[in-house]
Design a protein around this ligand. Sequence first.
Ligand code: FMN
Length: 543
Amino acid sequence: MSEALTDVIEYHEATKHQFHAYARGPGQLDWATQPNPFRRYEGAPLIALDHVPPSLEPPYDAAFVEGQVLPQPFTHRHVSQLFCDSLALSALKQAGASSWALRINPSSGNLHPTEGYLVCGPIAGLCTIPMVCHYAPASHALEQRVEFPLEAWQALTKGLPEPVLLVGFTSVHWREAWKYGERAYRYCQHDAGHAMAAMSLAAAALGWQATLLDDLGTDALAALLGVCDPQGAEAEEPDCVLAVYPQGKSWRAHTLPRGVLETFGMLPWKGKPNVLSAGHVEWPIIERVTAATQKPPTDQVYGTSRSTGPPLAVGSAPQSLRKIIHQRRSAVALDGRTTITRNTLYHILAKTVAGPGQFPFNTLPWTPLIHLALFVHRVQDLDSGLYVLVRDPAQTLALRGEMKPEFDWEKPEGCPDGLELYGLQTGDARRLSEQVSCHQSIAADGCFSLGMIAGFERPLRQYGAWFYPRLFWESGVVGQVLYLEAEAIGIRGTGIGCFFDDPMHSVLGLKTLQYQSLYHFTMGGAIEDPRLRSMPPYSSALS
Ligand SMILES: Cc1cc2nc3c(=O)[nH]c(=O)nc-3n(C[C@H](O)[C@H](O)[C@H](O)COP(=O)(O)O)c2cc1C
């Protein structure tokens, strides 16, 4: 095993929550050093974006299937909409004298480590010269960090469809570490996955497609996004870049030509990163796992990814995708009463499977690796108990071989063809699900909760240590779909990053590193949060 992979496994083991001990954290919150959730590049010119109110088009269900939405041209208005529907502020909560902003993309503890970037060529009404911009959600504006020559843009995007723009993501690990200590690196990766899915679906609403450009190595990403300079604890760690282009354009492969980004460091970058915290605590294990997961440049590393589900039926729901995106919220409490029907559950699960051309899974270039272990509590005509949805049928036997031999593995009644859902054990699973989700009652008080079980050791050995964050990205993408599905049927979801890892593995009988639970989720009838105050648009007073 490589040294980097050893570091990753050590990190993963060290940051498991156990019944007898939580992963190492700060103990109590130091409010004096609470990080500013808004990075600004002070002095960088601002390009205002439009607030584009949610429209009735496209319909919610149809937009999840490639080819159903007419591609819009690249303009200032449509780029505004892209950010409006993915990373913008979307509500405010207030308690007493303090208020805080919530966004389209969710974030563990609402700490928002993920920063978004636009890299683009000339776009009508936006710019005449290629540029790199940082997205500033509090102002819903782009901070222009640098302009660069057209030839460099053409070289950078060679092999990609036209027109194309790039969206980059970085993470400020300190924002999560301030509250969660060593487990924070995991949460940053979940959040990055949610942000990618949010961007993918915002693109879908415009008839565009977003694809992860995973040939780039971490150094190239840092050069491209202008985050090479050491900033100590407040550094932005480059995560990834997505290519965004009109749906229906086919392309083979992208390989970043050598030398294109070598000159980026010499460009006249504008703006100085603001200071986020008055002080920091160092978490060496996070620095170690960050170093271990640096990605080298790679060529065609995944081969062709397989779709792993049947084609998604294009529903006729009269709902609007953009409205659902904008109303998404995490439930802070569930009512312990609301039920859903069996068919609704099947429909939700079908949405989490990567059928051909299905958003947002078509953004990730690898064959799905996350499966769902469900605790079913309140689903009409379906026995309560433990179920598993195998998101890649090719993994069914392997997964079964790792789980408890006494499990039933029976398809529940009415389960549609192609949906690899199996009943494992019937019985009241409420207490168990609450227990493994760090005793959080939201896991028991919903219609169902679940753990996302990732194929773990095999892909890490196959691709390398740098694949570790990608497993969390996929879980975040699944989580984002679950959030929207909950809204679409009139209930509410919540991502659950706090769970007891090995106790969850014991529930399933998983004893090795072949499969690991990486993220939990719950869904049910929400008790409204009285602190929820407003809907957009927002004043820039929050900046
Ligand atoms: C990766 C992740 C982990 C989360 N873990 C928990 C959790 O363990 N318990 C909880 O109540 N909420 C959890 N949440 C919900 C966040 O607290 C919520 O997203 C945040 O407060 C912002 O609110 P919003 O989702 O309504 O925008 C999690 C969210 C994410 C994205």
